[in-house]
Design a protein around this ligand. Structure first.
Ligand code: SF4
Ligand code: SF4
Length: 80
């Protein structure tokens, strides 16, 4: 899944997102928060834990919706 991660200027570098993210998307390097969006699995833990509400996530993968629709169609078709 492709996820766009935006961190606002409210970030105070507390490091909670760095500790929380299971796939190490965040790192603090030279007093800056770096973000590796490619590794994000969209668990949304960082968004929930950020005390500054500085993280905004947006899932960009339209393929997920197609997969869900196809799965529903597959499940519903035999019932017709
Ligand atoms: S949890 Fe929020 S405030 Fe803390 S470092 Fe991450 S983005 Fe910044
Ligand atoms: S949504 Fe989950 S995987 Fe993605 S950056 Fe946040 S904590 Fe890491």
């Amino acid at each position: 899944m492709k996820v766009e991660i935006k961190v606002s200027s409210n970030c105070n570098l507390c490091g909670l997102c760095v500790e929380t993210c299971p796939t190490n998307v965040f790192q603090i390097v030279n007093k800056k928060l770096t973000v590796n969006e490619e590794s994000c699995i969209y668990c949304r833990g960082c968004e929930a834990i950020c005390p500054q509400k500085a993280i905004k996530l947006e899932a960009l993968d339209e393929g997920l919706e197609i997969t869900i629709t196809q799965t529903l169609t597959t499940l519903i078709t035999p019932l017709k």
